[in-house]
Design a protein around this ligand. Structure first.
Ligand code: NAD
Length: 287
């Protein structure tokens, strides 16, 4: 690999790109927000920072870590004319798997390659390089990406053909969001009955109700009132919406998913675009 491009230096992309710089990989980084790319260049002096996508003409591999499929599609289409023939794009965003398949066809027609490799684990695991990475695409392309992905995650699982990683990620986040909402509702019901919510979390964690929220979010971000996990409610709403759409597209039943998706969307509208997903605990409080 000559040069690795990295696009999207947000809560996740910033530390992920930083890890690649720290691994002595030649990184060219870009974010649409000028202050963000300046901050990245100041913190990771070994990286080059681009002011536009035309600067990516020397990159044979590019990682995208962007908010959603609209932005991924627009960015990749703009990148195609700049990238050299045979370049590999690794989309690590959480995106819509049906759109990813269509995008891969356009990328292939332009003589380039695309795989999806979304992640789970949040900001702390992005910083530690211990993300769970789920890949979809041509096996040869995934093998080409693997040495780079190894700097970002420990569990790298090939899920299937193009889009399968994105499908898996959306379904994972549906399960995670359902656990988060169930935990928040149970904590509030228990408190109203007179049970200390911190005691409830301890009991859940030694009982069958244990889940990622009880272990890693309830005390840390919800009961503490910190609400700063680094994963926005808007992004969670997007992911659960993708899972619900996917179920509909393949004629699978997802009745609970419909409710979870609606709750996430309503909470996100009410609490605003900057709300953390752990603020679902505030949303389910009785008024
Ligand atoms: P974020 O909103 O913090 O970061 C997104 C970044 O993309 C921002 O810096 C933004 O300026 C930049 N951006 C937006 N449009 C752009 C464009 N056209 N060109 C270049 N840069 C652009 O989001 P995040 O939390 O870092 O999440 C990124 C992706 O990873 C999302 O798809 C999200 O669902 C997924 N994800 C997030 C987490 C988490 O815990 N935050 C965990 C797993 C997966």
């Amino acid at each position: 690999m000559k040069q690795l491009g990295f696009i999207g230096l947000g809560m996740m992309g910033f530390p992920m790109a930083g890890r690649l710089v720290a691994a002595d990989i030649s990184v060219l980084a870009y974010d649409v927000v000028p202050e963000t790319r300046q901050r990245f260049g100041a913190e990771f002096t070994g990286a080059r920072v681009a002011d536009d996508l035309q600067a990516f003409s020397a990159c044979d591999v590019v990682i995208t870590m962007l908010p959603n499929s609209d932005i991924v599609d627009a960015t990749v289409h703009r990148l195609l004319s700049a990238l050299p023939s045979g370049a590999l794009i690794i989309d690590m965003s959480s995106a819509d798997p049906v759109r990813t398949r269509a995008l891969a066809e356009a990328v292939g027609a332009a003589g380039k390659r695309l795989i999806d490799a979304p992640v789970s684990g949040g900001v702390s695991r992005a910083c530690a390089g211990t993300l769970a990475i789920m890949t979809g695409g041509d096996p040869a392309d995934i093998e080409r990406a693997r040495p780079i992905l190894a700097h970002l995650g420990k569990a790298i699982t090939t899920v299937g053909s193009i889009g399968a990683g994105h499908a898996m990620k959306a379904l994972n986040n549906y399960v995670s969001a359902a656990g988060l909402i169930a935990t928040a509702e149970a904590l509030i019901a228990g408190q109203r009955f007179g049970i200390d919510p911190n005691v409830m979390v301890d009991v859940l964690n030694s009982s069958t109700g244990k889940n990622n929220t009880t272990e890693n979010k309830a005390k840390q971000f919800m009961l503490s009132g910190a609400f700063n996990s680094g994963f926005s409610l808007a992004l969670m709403a997007k992911d659960v919406g993708i899972a619900a759409d996917l179920a509909e597209a393949v004629h699978a039943s997802m009745q609970l998913g419909g409710h979870v998706s609606e709750m996430c969307s309503r909470a996100s509208e009410l609490l605003g675009k900057d709300a953390d997903h752990t603020e679902m605990y505030r949303y389910v409080q009785p008024q």
